[in-house]
Design a protein around this ligand. Structure first.
Ligand SMILES: Nc1nc2c(c(=O)[nH]1)N(C=O)[C@@H](CNc1ccc(C(=O)N[C@@H](CCC(=O)O)C(=O)O)cc1)CN2
Ligand SMILES: Nc1ncnc2c1ncn2[C@@H]1O[C@H](COP(=O)(O)OP(=O)(O)OP(=O)(O)O)[C@@H](O)[C@H]1O
Length: 196
């Protein structure tokens, strides 16, 4: 089977497990993400005040709104992805809760066109499936892989995935363009992935 077909199967079954998570697991993960996300931003702060990108949940993704609120409360600059046509890397624009949003591709909400573009230092990454090496699969457009590749050419960037523990698989099928996560938050806490 090609890596592409293998990814398709792994993605579909992990997304079905994510859809089955109940409200208690969802609120535990939202709180864990807020705590670990702010701690990760604080660890980066001595080098330079980090810009932190998160995302606004679609479908049954983890709730990132407590994280965005906690980051703003702690004084960190926050941002959201802006989805370009397929084949182009994601971009990011500054956004704080309460600021205007516009409809983006695939049912996403994104900062209004007037918000300044930024290059985040800490990227909170959505995903369909992950493995113990820190590899991940998204919805299959390669958007976060492209964005992380571009950002990592510019500067050190810390990528922190967020998922329910049930989305873990033994081995994510990988292709050369796949970008690894540095850490991941589940409802059980923070996992970090060492250098390969
Ligand atoms: N909340 C959230 N925001 C995000 C992402 C995300 O994964 N989650 N993205 C992460 O990249 C970008 C948006 N990318 C997305 C790419 C595909 C689909 C999606 O629903 N794909 C369909 C196929 C649709 C089609 O081909 O027309 C699918 O998976 O069934 C959604 C978001 C930026 N913003
Ligand atoms: N940098 C790249 N170079 C070559 N092909 C790419 C690249 N990025 C994505 N692709 C193509 O796009 C397809 C989707 O990539 P992949 O399945 O890794 O996306 P994903 O990790 O699920 O998505 P995302 O990163 O948006 O969450 C791949 O099968 C590949 O053919």
């Amino acid at each position: 089977m090609s890596a592409r077909d293998a990814k398709h199967e792994v993605r579909a079954s992990a997304l079905a497990r994510r859809a089955a998570i109940g409200p208690e697991g969802r609120s535990v993960l939202a709180a864990a993400l807020a705590r670990h996300g702010v701690e990760a931003a604080r660890r980066l702060a001595p080098q330079r005040p980090p810009i932190v990108s998160a995302f606004l949940p679609i479908r049954d993704e983890p709730d990132t709104r407590p994280l965005l609120a906690a980051l703003a409360e702690a004084g960190f600059a926050t941002a959201l992805p802006v989805t370009p046509p397929r084949g182009e890397p994601l971009r990011f624009r500054a956004w704080r809760s309460g600021e205007p949003l516009a409809a983006g591709r695939f049912g996403t909400a994104e900062p209004a066109a007037a918000a300044p573009e930024v290059d985040p230092d800490l990227v909170v990454v959505p995903l369909a499936a992950f493995d113990g090496r820190g590899f991940r699969l998204g919805y299959g457009a390669g958007y976060y892989d492209g964005a992380l590749e571009r950002l990592r050419r510019l500067k050190p960037v810390f990528a922190i995935g967020v998922a329910f523990a049930a989305q873990e698989v033994d081995t994510v099928p990988t292709e050369p363009h796949d970008q690894r996560l540095d850490a991941l938050v589940t409802e059980h806490g923070l996992m970090t992935f060492g250098p390969s």
